[in-house]
Ligand binder design. Structure first.
Ligand SMILES: C[S@@+](CC[C@H](N)C(=O)[O-])C[C@H]1O[C@@H](n2cnc3c(N)ncnc32)[C@H](O)[C@@H]1O
Length: 240
């Protein structure tokens, strides 16, 4: 091998290693050193904090900011970037009905409510833990979105049967081994053109059965957004 080829190979290897290290740094979730507060989006140096366009949006964003700074402990909330992604997906699909599995203290739900306030839609969210459900109720009220949220307390595997379609978007962020069951129960209720979004879809964490279900069905189209907490976005194709 001549010297120039050798130098090129070493250069590419170095760049790849640096790229991988940067990607790992970006993909850390919330928590010490990995937190992505609205003031410093780790996802992109080009990103800026979200700006409220009116008093209602500013109030919701202020509650989210406060939760992000003070209430993450043990709540397993999505990183800020994933919250923003949820809002964008919900608003661009004009979602009128969103179903969320895994409310925790309401953080990701409030991000989706930012969109639902604009679309005139509603959120139904499921939580098994009574303490987290109580916190979520408080936070929905504080953010002024309690009028558009129904929180169903208990095991979502059973309670999800209460959902009546058509559902525009589902967000699954609960017991990881339960994702394929949630998908099987919710997919028939999702309207054609609707979305199934799932969290913690990272190698080793994602349920292989769920991954197979969203990537091998010709009626579905799935992409993975790996920047923050690991998100899959699945489209239920029209005509399916
Ligand atoms: C990762 S946290 C959700 C975080 C939330 N989506 C957010 O970003 O603010 C997962 C939540 O799912 C709840 N959960 C786990 N299994 C459940 C089940 N079978 N039914 C309903 N909720 C469940 C847990 O109690 C926990 O609060």
């Amino acid at each position: 091998m001549d010297r120039r080829a050798m130098v090129a190979i070493i250069g590419v290897s170095l760049l790849t290693s640096v790229g991988l290290l940067m990607a790992q740094g970006r993909s850390r979730g919330p928590g010490p050193g990995g937190r992505m507060g609205p003031q410093g989006q780790a996802g992109s140096s080009m990103s800026k904090p979200p700006m409220g366009k009116d008093e209602a949006e500013k109030k919701i964003l202020a509650v989210l900011d406060e939760m992000d700074r003070n209430d993450r402990g043990g709540m397993m909330n999505v990183p800020v970037e994933d919250g923003r992604l949820l809002r964008l997906l919900a608003e661009t699909t004009g979602a009128k009905q969103i179903v969320e599995i895994g409310t925790s203290n309401g953080y990701s739900g409030i991000w989706q409510c930012l969109a639902l306030k604009a679309t005139g839609g509603k959120l139904t969210t499921f939580e098994i833990d009574a303490q987290r459900a109580a916190l979520a109720r408080q936070n929905f009220k504080k953010a002024g979105v309690d009028d558009i949220v129904t929180l169903i307390e208990g095991d979502a595997h059973e309670n999800v049967a209460q959902v009546k379609g058509p559902v525009d978007m589902c967000f699954i962020d609960a017991d990881k081994e339960g994702y394929s069951d949630y998908l099987a129960k919710l997919l028939p209720k999702v309207r054609p053109g609707g979305l199934i979004v799932a969290h913690n879809i990272t190698p080793g964490m994602a349920d292989p059965k769920f991954l197979a279900a969203i990537t091998t069905n010709p009626d579905l189209e799935t992409i993975f957004y790996t920047q923050a907490g690991g998100v899959s976005v699945t489209l239920k194709k029209r005509g399916s």
